[in-house]
Design a protein around this ligand. Structure first.
Ligand code: NAP
Ligand code: GLV
Ligand code: GLV
Length: 319
C-alpha cells in the first residue's frame, strides 16, 4: 500500500514528525528557513494528502478549491484566521489547531509584557546599553505597579483566563472582562461592557480571536476612554488594534505604554513608528515559543493528521 503523504510547511520540533513516521506516513518538510510563498505551497500541496501549516500560510478559498483533494490540514497554532474555515467545511477538508498546550506559554508572555511595559524595560535597557546610565537616579524610569490594580481582559477564553489567574493570584489584581458569554471562574472576574472595561482598567490585555467582528476593535474612540496610566497588551493578533491610533495614543501619552507580541503586518517593517517609541515594546510573535509548548503543538498536529487520515474525528477539530 502506498504511504499517505504529509507536508509540513516549516521545520517544527521533531516529536510530531517522529510520531507520523512511526505510524507509517511519508513526511516531507519545507527545507527552507522561510515560509513558502502562496504559489509555492499551492503547487506543492497537490502532491500531498495532508498539511501541517503555520499561521503565516494563507489557506484561502482559492487555495482550498485548487487542493480539494486534501483530507486534513492542522494549523501549528491555536488561531486559525489564516484559514478559510467555511470553504474547508464545504469541501470536507478537516481543519485542526493546537489549543490548550500553548495557553501557559502565551499567558506568560502577556504577563512578561505587562511588567516590561509598565516598568519601562525598553527605555531603561536602551539607556544602559547606550551609555546613558550615569548614576542611580531616584526619579529615573518610574513606572506603575501591578499590585492591586485592575486588569481588563478582552476575551476571557483559555489564555485570557490563565493570565487573569496569574494576575489575581500573584498581584491581587481585580479582573474585569468582556466576552460574548458569561464565563464561570474561580477568581471573581466580572463581566462588564467594553466601555466600562476601557475606562476602569489599568492594564488591558487582548485575547479575542481575529474575526470580522474583532478587526480594529481597539481604535481612536477606545483609546480616548482609557486611563492615562493604562498599559495595553496584545498577544492575540495585530489587526485587532488600529495601529495608527495606537501610535498616536502612545506618542501623545494618551496611554502609558503598550506591549505587543503581534503586529500588523508581521514582520513589522523597521521603518514603522512603533519601533521609534520608547513606550512600545515589540516582540516577534513568540507567545507559544517555549520548548514545552512547541513540543506539545508538534504532537497535537501529528495526532490531528493521523486521525484525519484514518477517517477519525480530529483531536482538536475546527471543522
Ligand atoms: P479562546 O479560548 O477561544 O478564547 C477566545 C475568547 O474570546 C473566548 O472566550 C470568546 O468568548 C472571546 N470572544 C470571541 N469573539 C469575541 C468578540 N467578538 N468579543 C468579545 N469576546 C470574544 O482562544 P485562546 O486559546 O485563548 O486564544 C486566543 C487567541 O490568542 C487566538 O485566537 C490567537 O489569535 C491568539 N494567540 C496568540 C499567540 C501568540 O503567539 N501570540 C499564541 C496563542 C494564541 P465568547 O465566545 O463568549 O465570546
Ligand atoms: C499563535 O499565534 C497561535 O495562534 O497559536
Ligand atoms: C535598591 O537597589 C535598593 O536597595 O533599594
Amino acid at each position: 500500500m502506498t504511504k499517505k503523504k504529509v507536508f509540513i510547511t516549516r521545520k517544527i520540533l521533531s516529536d510530531g514528525i517522529e510520531l507520523l513516521v512511526s505510524q507509517g506516513f511519508q513526511v516531507d518538510i519545507n527545507p527552507e528557513d522561510r515560509p513558502l510563498s502562496y504559489d509555492e505551497l499551492n503547487k506543492i500541496a497537490g502532491d500531498y494528502d495532508a498539511l501541517i501549516t503555520m499561521l503565516s500560510d494563507k489557506i484561502d478559498e482559492q487555495f482550498l478549491e485548487k487542493n480539494s483533494h486534501l483530507k486534513v490540514i492542522s494549523n501549528y497554532a491555536v488561531g486559525f484566521n489564516n484559514i478559510d474555515i467555511k470553504t474547508a467545511s464545504r469541501l470536507n477538508i478537516a481543519i485542526g489547531n493546537t489549543p490548550d498546550v500553548l495557553t501557559e506559554a502565551t499567558a506568560e508572555i502577556a504577563l512578561g509584557l505587562m511588567i516590561a511595559a509598565t516598568r519601562n524595560f525598553k527605555k531603561a535597557s536602551k539607556s544602559a546599553e547606550g551609555g546613558r546610565w550615569k548614576n542611580w537616579d531616584p526619579q529615573g524610569h518610574l513606572g506603575h505597579a501591578l499590585k492591586g490594580k485592575t486588569l481588563g481582559v478582552i476575551g476571557l477564553g483559555r489564555i485570557g483566563l490563565r493570565l487573569a489567574e496569574m494576575c489575581s493570584h500573584a498581584f491581587k489584581m481585580k479582573i474585569v472582562y468582556t466576552a460574548r458569554s458569561e464565563k464561570s471562574n474561580s477568581i471573581s472576574a466580572q463581566k462588564v461592557e467594553m466601555n466600562d472595561l476601557l475606562k476602569t482598567s489599568d492594564f488591558i490585555s487582548i485575547h479575542v480571536p481575529l474575526t470580522n467582528e474583532t478587526r480594529k476593535l481597539i481604535g481612536v474612540n477606545e483609546f480616548k476612554l482609557m486611563k492615562q496610566n493604562a498599559v495595553l497588551i496584545n498577544t492575540a493578533r495585530g489587526e485587532i488594534i488600529d495601529q495608527e491610533a495606537l501610535i498616536n495614543a502612545l506618542s501623545n501619552n494618551t496611554i502609558f505604554a503598550a506591549g505587543l507580541d503581534v503586529t500588523d503586518p508581521e514582520p513589522l517593517p523597521l521603518s514603522n513608528d512603533l519601533f521609534k517609541l520608547e513606550n512600545a515594546i515589540i516582540l516577534p510573535h513568540i507567545g507559544s515559543a517555549t520548548f514545552e509548548a512547541r513540543r506539545e503543538m508538534s504532537l497535537m498536529c501529528a495526532r490531528n493528521i493521523i486521525a484525519g487520515l484514518t477517517g477519525k474525528e480530529l483531536e482538536s477539530p475546527i471543522v
